[in-house]
Structure formats: C-alpha cells, structure tokens
Write a protein that binds this ligand. Structure first.
Ligand SMILES: [Zn+2]
Length: 306
C-alpha cells in the first residue's frame, strides 16, 4: 500500500483537512499506510493516542508522534496551518512570500511565517535526485544583484555564478537542475555535470573551452561555438528559456534574496519546474511525508543566513 492520495481542488482540500483530527489521521495514514509500526522495535500494536498526541508501542513502550520526521515536528502551530501553508506554497503560482503567507493564514508574527516558508522550501529537494539522461543542455550564468536599494551599497550588484542542466524532450524541456558554482573552471563544470547528468548522456554546451573536459569523462559532448549557430536559431534554447524564467521569477517574487539563501530559491524553482503539470502533488512532499531525510530546523536556517 502506498501513502494516501492528495486532494485535487481547494474545496476538496478544505473538506478533507477541516479539523486537527483530520490532519492527524492523514499524517498517521501517510506514516503507517499498513498500520502502526514502532520505529524502535517494529511492533505493530499500540495503545490509543495519548492526550499529547503520542502513540505508545505496546511491546517496548516507545512513544512516537505522527509529526516526527516531518517539517511539523515540534511545532506549536495548528497542523491545519501547516497543511494550508504547504497547499499555498505548492500551488500558488509563481510562488508565495512570507508576508503573503502570514496574511493568508493569519499568523501572528512575521518570523514564524518566514521560518515556516523556509522549512517548506527545505523539503523541495528530493533526497533521491535521479540524474538527467538522454540529451541534456548544460550552461553557466550569473544571477542576482536584485537587492539594490534594500541593503547597504556593499550588496549592490552582487551576482552569483550558477550552473544549469536541463533535459531535451522533443521540442520542449524535461527535468531541470540548478546549482550555485564556485567558479567557471573545468573542475566546477565537470562537478556540475557529474552531479546532474548520467555518464554517457549527450551533453550540449556552448563553445566555452572549459567544457572540453566532459568528453574525457564519458559524456557525449556536443560543443557549439556561437559562429556555428545560424540566424534565427538559438544556442541551448531550453537552458536559456529556463534561465530567463528564473530571472523573471527571482526579480518579481523574491527581490531581496541574499547570495547565502540563493540555493534554497534555486531548489524551489527546480521543484516548481519539475512539477509544473501537477502542483498539488507537491503538498505531501513539502510537509515531509514519507521523506527519508531530516527536515531542516529553524537553527539551521539562521546558521545558513549568518
Ligand atoms: Zn516498540
């Protein structure tokens, strides 16, 4: 049995997750689709849910919460607030700000809404990121410098080098990957390629020399110098379309992003791009249901920002 499905419309969502009990039942079914199983001893029997919402294993006495290993772990907010936040973040196009989230859900303090949003974003990286395959376009580009006027002049125009890999699907695009790059060296571009693309794949790049190393590492490298592109034809069209969408999105929705936070936003953009056909399906992923990795904590967010 797999984890329970997700509601397809906002009305269905509202009906299904109208109470704390309904949310908790959904978490139970997501965590234990085949019935309770103790994470300590594997025991299948438990007592009734305690007043503190814990399930106690009959065999070993271990207490388990349905929010353990989800982004909601240790939260003081109602589960309904989390469910709605995940719904809004996964379906709101082109993305939602902490201020919008705070207003929509009536969250008292901005810091709480901000931390929530960042926790949900933290779940946007699937732990088992499959490598791209077939034909892939790879490129590097500069992003950022949006914080003009918002921060001190030191920040102004600060741009970050990023790498992109995107699958060719006929005339359209397949899956996308984005990464911050330390520099535009061969080593960095090779690391980007290895982290995103299956060896043996056909990799299209522009004429930049640093990509020449790809052929030595098992990639079918097709380098296209600018001179070889005929008028009206575009070099790496899918990569360039995704980059311009990313820039518009960053500029329109997330103006004040500092370079330290950029990776989180790149992950969000990739998450949205790769699920653009089924945004509702993202809701479970964002809550951390059935995820192997630990959800990020508020402390880690602050440390990353420091
Ligand atoms: Zn047990």
């Amino acid at each position: 049995m797999s984890r329970p499905g997700f509601p397809l419309t906002i009305l269905e969502f509202q009906q299904r997750f109208g109470t704390e009990e309904a949310c908790r039942a959904y978490l139970f079914a997501s965590r234990w689709p085949e019935g309770f199983a103790c994470p300590g001893c594997g025991g299948r029997d438990c007592g009734a849910e305690t007043r503190r919402h814990l399930w106690i294993c009959t065999a070993c006495g271990r207490q388990t919460s349905v929010t353990a290993s989800t982004v909601m772990h240790g939260t003081r907010l109602p589960l309904r607030t989390w469910f709605w936040a995940a719904y809004l973040v996964s379906t709101f196009h082109p993305g939602i700000s902490a201020k919008q989230l705070q207003r929509q859900l009536g969250i008292g303090c901005h810091e709480t809404a901000w931390a929530m949003l960042h926790k949900l974003r933290g779940a946007m990286v699937a732990p088992e990121r499959e490598l791209l395959k077939g034909e892939v376009e790879i490129d590097e580009f500069y992003l950022g410098g949006y914080e003009e006027g918002l921060k001190g002049s030191r920040q102004r125009g600060k741009k970050t080098l990023c790498g992109i890999a995107i699958e060719v699907r006929g005339r359209g695009s397949g899956r996308l990957r984005l990464q911050v790059l330390p520099d535009p060296s061969s080593a960095s571009l090779l690391a980007l390629t290895k982290a995103t693309t299956t060896p043996g794949a056909t990799v299209h790049t522009d004429g930049y020399q640093a990509y020449n190393v790809l052929a030595d590492h098992g990639y079918d490298h097709r380098r296209r110098p600018k001179q070889s592109v005929s008028p009206g034809e575009e070099l790496l069209p899918r990569a360039h379309r995704a980059i311009s969408n990313l820039k518009a999105w960053m500029h329109g929705t997330h103006r004040g992003v500092s370079p330290e936070h950029l990776p989180v936003y790149l992950d969000e953009f990739v998450f949205r791009h790769n699920r653009r056909g089924t945004p509702m399906a993202g809701f479970q992923t964002l809550l951390g249901l059935g995820l192997a990795h630990e959800p990020i904590t508020y402390r880690q967010i602050i440390d990353r920002a420091a």
